[in-house]
Design a protein around this ligand. Structure first.
Ligand SMILES: *[C@@H]1O[C@H](CO)[C@@H](O)[C@H](O)[C@H]1NC(C)=O
Ligand SMILES: *[C@@H]1O[C@H](CO)[C@@H](O)[C@H](O)[C@H]1NC(C)=O
Ligand SMILES: *[C@@H]1O[C@H](CO)[C@@H](O)[C@H](O)[C@H]1NC(C)=O
Ligand SMILES: *[C@@H]1O[C@H](CO)[C@@H](O)[C@H](O)[C@H]1NC(C)=O
Length: 364
């Protein structure tokens, strides 16, 4: 089990990983120093909604009627905070209600007010809360089309939508914007539990990052917080094994693991499998081996290579050397524009013209 991703991706690997990462970092730093400053400017004036929209305190009565008394029929998942129910408020808003057994706490209200101020188009926004009847409940906006996990790892009896490379770039870009917004705040908001299963998509495939700050909230409420995280969570920065100091850099690591899954279509199983992935990438010349072979409409090797390079940069074991989320966002944006440009040129030109780029079609 432990080598699932690594084994699937290819052969054994040697020890040039660190040297390679350092070179990649230097090259990308030189190439994109200017872009960083550009994008950090734009993200601070980003599309955040007014902070004054505090969280609503909902009554148990409202939530009972929204969720048909928390009927198991509309239980849609189990998150870190507790069971998740789908609901419909009186005013017509679809919501996801998270619920756990716990007495009311003033601390929760403060946290909820803070978390609900973190509004962005690429975040699942927290709308309100309720503390009644020995229960704590958080009310979020409902995101209809599920998690990116189910599209990548969903079982074959429910095949779902096939995500092509450009769609994956678009999902990666929107997701990066969500995280980048959190990190642009003063002080930065740290997600702490970023993973593919927490990237939800709406009906237009706009990604929305769920569960922001929940580990921190649970920690402050004295529940199961960061310190009790399972140490083999593949999305967790290996650095956090030394001290549970979540940082914007540990979010960047988690985002890198998300990119590995998004591009390969395979599940990351451990931090070892990520190390192996980086080694394989650095030693391999066959880029197509790293791509999900369900992307049947192909991709250019330029864009794929650049995205893989960015990915390996995000999962750099040295947290100080990882890129910022605003740089990651700008890079993915650039790669996506490039991919659109290259593939458009290709379809407009005659099919016999081969550009400098080699178009892969992975259905061989
Ligand atoms: C919820 O429970 C209350 C009290 O037990 C009951 O009166 C009401 O009909 C229930 N609502 C639904 C939608 O089941
Ligand atoms: C979103 O989900 C709905 C309901 O499952 C489905 O009908 C629709 O096709 C989905 N949208 C996309 C873009 O996959
Ligand atoms: C696969 O999908 C089917 C239908 O949605 C579901 O009943 C089944 O439990 C799933 N299997 C696994 C292993 O997730
Ligand atoms: C954890 O973070 C705090 C504040 O950022 C810092 O003061 C402390 O030295 C860090 N601890 C470790 C072990 O890195």
């Amino acid at each position: 089990m432990s080598g699932l991703l690594a084994a699937a991706l290819g052969g054994a690997a040697g020890g040039l990983a660190l040297v390679g990462i350092v070179i990649v970092v230097i090259v990308l730093c030189l190439q994109h120093r200017r872009r960083t400053s550009d994008s950090s400017e734009s993200s601070s004036s980003g599309p955040a909604l007014p902070e004054s929209q505090g969280a609503r305190c909902l009554t148990l009565e409202e939530l009972n009627s929204a969720t048909r008394n928390f009927s198991s029929v509309i239980l849609i998942g189990h998150g870190m905070f507790g069971e998740v129910y789908k609901g419909l408020l009186q005013d017509g808003t679809m919501v996801a209600v998270k619920r756990r057994h716990s007495p009311p706490s003033q601390e929760l209200i403060q946290e909820v007010n803070y978390l609900s101020s973190l509004r962005h188009r690429n975040l699942v926004n927290l709308l309100g809360y309720c503390q009644e009847n020995g229960m704590q409940m958080l009310v979020y906006e409902y995101v209809p089309n599920g998690s990116v996990s189910t599209y990548l790892h969903g079982n074959s009896s429910a095949p779902g939508v096939r995500l092509e490379f450009k769609q994956r770039l678009s999902i990666a870009h929107g997701t990066a914007k969500g995280l980048s917004h959190l990190h642009s705040l003063t002080p930065p908001a740290i997600h702490m539990n970023f993973k593919t299963a927490n990237v939800l998509v709406d009906e237009d495939f706009v990604p929305k990052v769920a569960d922001t700050g929940i580990p921190g909230l649970l920690d402050r409420l004295g529940g199961t917080g960061p310190s009790s995280r399972i140490s083999n969570d593949p999305f967790l920065d290996p650095r956090l094994k030394e001290s549970t100091n979540f940082s914007i850099q540990s979010d960047v690591y988690s985002f890198g693991v998300f990119l590995v899954e998004l591009v390969s279509g395979r599940r990351a199983v451990s931090d070892q499998s990520i190390i192996q992935w980086v080694q394989n990438f650095q030693e391999s010349s066959d880029i197509s081996a790293f791509a999900d072979d369900r992307m049947t409409s192909g991709f250019t090797s330029e864009s794929m290579k650049e995205l893989l390079r960015l990915t390996s940069w995000c999962v750099n074991p040295l947290s100080e050397q990882r890129p910022s989320m605003s740089l990651v966002e700008a890079e993915i944006h650039r790669i996506r524009e490039q991919e659109i440009r290259l593939t458009t040129v290709m379809t407009e030109s005659t099919p016999t013209v081969t550009l400098g780029s080699q178009l892969f079609t992975t259905s061989r």
